[in-house]
Design a protein around this ligand. Structure first.
Ligand SMILES: [Zn+2]
Length: 353
């Protein structure tokens, strides 16, 4: 008999609202997550302390672990510390770094992981991928996606606005990544998972078309939901294809070539997406991207994040090497340095006018 449906790996609880943190203890007591109340909570030594003070009385069965940084070493250390202590689950309380370290550590010891995101900087908050710094720079590791996802809008509003902006760039870039995926389907016959594409596109379009901004709750809810949907889209496709294409290759190139000066992930992938749209011969889409990014205070030109034109061209040229095997508009066009220079000049002229 053919398979009638398929199960989607996804969190058993998604709680996005003001005050969600106050009910975290109740959520964790859910029998599906923690029957005994014995939990490991990972957080940063800096900004995490205030949250620990607030939550410790509500979680009497929790042990608290401070995570030093976003390296694979920190993740392995956390796994070693929590191993064999009979926890029901591991809770990550923090931003992307803490969540990625915790995802990896939880996978290593075979425990479910609860994601409590304190900012909306990127789509890793609910994804099956842990991005960690290692000896070779940065690596992406496949892990189970979180069993529960909590986003308290009161906490998000307290985080610097640049973290929200970064999340906007990351969700909008889905649309560029999907165009790359569909291009590869046309040229190479690569399979596009229609459900993963639908979720990633809905997430990207909802943020791109929303009239609100970082200061209003309706917009924050749409953005938070878009990040969660994007994470689930990655779980469905089994890779980062629905949310990562030329936009991300360009951003990875910035990270590798200029590690000390790189801007935030969302700033770089948003700029990369607008430029990739231009390369596709979609000037209206590129213009719409640029308008939306500008409206939210995100960069649209390399100079907006302190890079010269030559540095940007070098990053675009280097970009395909960051994800060997991934086919995007960059691999398709295979531009020479001079062609990239001409394309950039055209892009800058188009979005300035
Ligand atoms: Zn991303």
């Amino acid at each position: 008999m053919p398979v009638l449906t398929r199960l989607i790996p996804s969190p058993v609880v998604v709680d996005i609202r003001s005050g969600a943190l106050d009910d975290l203890a109740g959520l964790l007591a859910d029998q599906r997550i923690s029957a005994s109340g014995k939990l490991a909570v990972a957080l940063s030594g800096g900004s995490g302390r205030a949250l620990r003070t607030r939550l410790a009385p509500l979680l009497p069965g929790a042990d608290w672990y401070e995570v030093a940084d976003g390296t694979i070493d920190a993740a392995v250390r956390l796994a070693d510390e929590i191993r064999g202590r009979h926890y029901d689950a591991v809770v990550a309380l923090g931003g992307g770094k803490i969540i990625d370290v915790t995802k990896y550590a939880a996978a290593r010891v075979g425990l479910p992981m609860v994601s409590v995101a304190t900012n909306l900087a990127h789509d890793g908050i609910c994804s099956p991928v842990a991005t960690l710094d290692n000896d070779n720079g940065r690596g992406s590791y496949g892990v189970p996606s979180p069993i529960a996802m909590v986003i308290d809008l009161d906490v998000i509003r307290d985080a610097p606005a640049r973290y929200i902006r970064s999340g906007i760039g990351d969700t909008v870039s889905n649309l560029s990544a999907l165009a790359d995926w569909e291009l590869s389907q046309r040229i190479n016959g690569e399979n596009v998972d229609g459900l993963a594409a639908a979720m990633a596109r809905t997430a990207g379009e909802s943020v791109l078309r929303h009239p609100g901004g970082v200061g209003d709750d309706e917009f924050l809810i749409v953005l938070a939901e878009a990040l969660v949907l994007t994470g689930i889209a990655m779980s469905i496709s089994g890779d980062t294809r629905p949310s990562s294409g030329a936009c991300h290759e360009i951003s990875h190139a910035f990270d590798l070539l200029y590690p000390q000066r790189a801007a935030s992930h969302g700033e770089q992938v948003g700029l990369g997406a607008a430029f990739a749209m231009h390369l596709r011969g979609a000037p209206e889409q590129a213009g719409l991207f640029a308008d939306v990014l500008r409206r939210h205070g995100l960069p649209v030109l390399p100079e907006d994040i302190g890079f010269g034109v030559d540095e940007f061209i070098r990053a675009v040229e280097y970009a395909p090497r960051t994800r060997p095997g991934r086919f995007t508009i960059l691999e398709h066009l295979d531009l020479t340095t001079d062609q990239i220079r001409d394309a950039y000049a055209d892009y800058a002229k188009t979005i300035r006018s």
